[in-house]
Design a protein. Structure first.
Length: 105
C-alpha cells in the first residue's frame, strides 16, 4: 500500500530541483542576453559608422533575411526546451524558477 509520504517525497524533490535549476538557468540566460545585446549593439554601431564614412556598403535586404533565419533557429531551440520540461512537477517548478531568475538577473 502506498502511503502519502512515499508519494510526495519524489514530487517534492522534483519541484525543488526544478525550481533551483530554473532559477539558475533564468539568471544565466538574462546575464548572457544582456552581454549579447551589448556586443550586437556595439558591432551595429561600428558598422553604421563605417557605412557613414563610406568605407563599407550595407545590404539591408540581405541583413533582414539573415536576421529572419536566426529567429527561425530560435524556434527550433524552443521545441527542445519544451521537450526537456515535459514532466509536470519539475516543469512547473522550472518555469517558476526561470521566471524568478530572469527577474533577479
Amino acid at each position: 500500500m502506498l502511503s502519502l509520504s512515499n508519494l510526495l517525497t519524489p514530487i517534492a524533490g522534483e519541484i525543488g530541483i526544478g525550481g533551483v535549476g530554473g532559477f539558475l538557468v533564468g539568471f544565466a540566460l538574462k546575464k548572457a542576453a544582456k552581454l549579447l545585446a551589448l556586443i550586437i549593439g556595439v558591432c551595429f554601431l561600428g558598422l553604421q559608422y563605417l557605412a557613414y564614412e563610406g568605407i563599407i556598403s550595407i545590404n539591408y535586404d540581405q541583413l533582414r533575411v539573415f536576421a529572419n533565419s536566426l529567429v527561425g533557429q530560435a524556434g527550433a531551440a524552443q521545441s527542445l526546451i519544451t521537450d526537456f520540461i515535459v514532466h509536470v512537477p519539475f516543469g512547473a517548478a522550472f518555469i517558476g524558477g526561470l521566471y524568478l531568475g530572469l527577474q533577479k538577473g
